[in-house]
Design a binder for this molecule. Structure first.
Ligand code: ADP
Ligand code: ASP
Ligand code: MG
Length: 439
């Protein structure tokens, strides 16, 4: 039996949290391979080490040194090592790290050092070997993970180690420079290592007792989801449930390895099991599994009579958007209508009006209308396919609360109903759907 355990930022925040992590690992001998994040916030007002490292890079660009911001990193790690009474020359490691950040002149390299330092500290605390992620994880020149190369490297590097600590969040690009995943990417590293060692379980330790039906910052009493399928996880994490990085599912999915989301500060709680559908066997079978959402989308609404009989209409609209190098989030359509939903951040600096003009020229629509400041909210549950009336129940509840639905898109998977509401209705909408389905 092998377990790979990833510990997030709060689990690495200070010596106390790290001691809790040690206890968890030592209580189960199968917890052999450990992936760590950089120290996160110790309290609400605190700042994540990764954020300080990005500031080091900014300072370096402006002044040629990162001394000011690096002193915050130094203070945090010196205190951790002192509190843990570890026998490592942390000042020498920090001096070398600061020097390398200055020499590399790379934001990714700077950001990666939080995980690197965390892993050095944890390997000393646990007496486990340290294996650098840069020697295993490889990105292609297009920036995507080279899965086969990485998997082979993980297998060969880890062979011969009974146990080890691996820093999360980064690997190397095709030119040999350190490159990070997007934010929260240590979850992906954990999944890669779990796949490489063919783990029986990937434990993802965080600061909540599992994947909750919705964001606890919106509904504080949100219940824990006991079991979740890979597909549901993908929908929820892609739609903003930030507890697990949306790409973390893929490596473990290849080997059908379950993920267990656990709470470092309440290790006795069962947490959430995320399993392939063939293993799914929940005690309670609720209609909806979870609700997640993201703010700040723009909807371009296009109307043209007999649009459906015009060959290539949708293709022409989408190629306008593609021409601007922009990703489309959703394309809900009706008989004579088509909406293109795009993340608003991609449409700044006049891009939106250029796209609208080009759409007008390209397909000569009867009417084009832009709706900005839209939030997308996904209600996910594989139980929805077997039961009728879920959408009607959502719409009725929202109508009763006076929340105007601006857009609807029911995914073809029947796993997901996505609605668009004004940003100002975001929290209220999620809370209303929660209260309608979860007792
Ligand atoms: P870590 O540093 O351990 O990776 P994250 O901050 O990335 O932790 O993720 C955990 C946080 O995700 C929780 O503290 C919680 O505020 C937030 N979160 C958002 N949506 C959910 C959800 N549906 N279930 C649980 N946590 C959620
Ligand atoms: N430390 C990185 C971040 O803050 C990666 C991670 O925690 O997963 O995004
Ligand atoms: Mg995270």
């Amino acid at each position: 039996m092998i377990k790979v355990c990833k510990f997030g930022g709060t689990s690495m925040a200070d010596a106390n949290a790290m001691l809790k992590v040690k206890q968890i690992i030592e209580s189960d001998k199968t917890r052999k391979f450990i992936v760590v994040s950089a120290p996160g916030k110790r309290n609400k007002a605190d700042i994540k080490i990764t954020d300080v490292l990005y500031s080091c890079y900014d300072e370096l660009l402006k002044t040629g040194s990162c001394e000011k911001n690096f002193s915050i990193i130094r203070e945090r790690f010196v205190k951790i090592v002192e509190d843990l009474k570890l026998n490592i020359d942390i000042n020498a490691v920090l001096d070398q790290t600061e020097k390398e950040i200055c020499e590399s002149k790379s934001a990714d390299f700077a950001a990666s050092r939080g995980e690197y330092l965390s892993a050095i500290v944890m390997s000393s605390l646990l007496g486990y070997d340290f294996i650098d992620a840069a020697s295993m994880i490889r990105f292609d020149s297009d920036g995507n993970l080279n899965e086969d190369y990485t998997n082979d490297k993980v297998k060969s590097k880890i062979k011969g180690h009974d146990n080890a600590v691996v820093p999360g969040f980064y690997g190397k690009d095709s030119s040999g420079n350190v490159k990070t995943f997007s934010r929260g990417g240590s979850d992906i590293t954990g999944s890669i290592i779990a796949r490489g060692v063919k783990a029986d379980l990937y434990e993802n330790w965080t600061d909540v007792s599992g994947f909750l039906v919705c964001d606890p910052r919106i509904v504080p009493e949100a219940k824990v989801i006991k079991q979740l399928t890979y597909k549901e996880l993908r929908e929820l994490s892609y739609m903003g449930a930030s507890v697990l990085h949306s790409e973390a599912i893929f490596p473990v999915m290849r080997e059908r390895i379950p993920i267990n989301i656990k709470n470092t500060f309440k290790p006795e709680d069962a947490g959430t099991m995320i399993v392939p559908s063939e293993m799914y066997n929940p005690a309670d079978d609720s209609v909806i599994t979870g609700i997640a959402g993201k703010k700040n989308f723009t909807v371009i609404f296009i109307e043209k009579s007999l649009m459906n009989s015009e060959v290539g209409f949708i293709r022409k609209v989408l190629s306008v958007v593609e021409h601007f190098g922009i990703c489309v989030e959703h394309v809900p359509s009706g008989i004579d209508t088509l909406s293109v939903v795009i993340e608003s951040g991609q449409l700044e600096n006049g891009v939106l009006s250029d796209i609208v003009s080009e759409i007008r020229e390209s397909v000569n629509p009867d009417y084009v209308h832009v709706i900005e400041n839209i939030s997308l909210i996904a209600t996910v549950g594989h139980g929805m396919a077997r039961r009728s009336g879920t959408a009607a129940k959502i719409f009725t509840a929202l109508a009763e609360k006076g929340i105007n639905i601006r857009m609807i898109d029911q995914g073809s998977s029947e796993l997901n109903i996505i609605i668009g509401v004004a940003n100002s209705d975001y929290e209220n909408c999620i809370a209303t759907i929660y209260n309608t389905f979860i007792k």
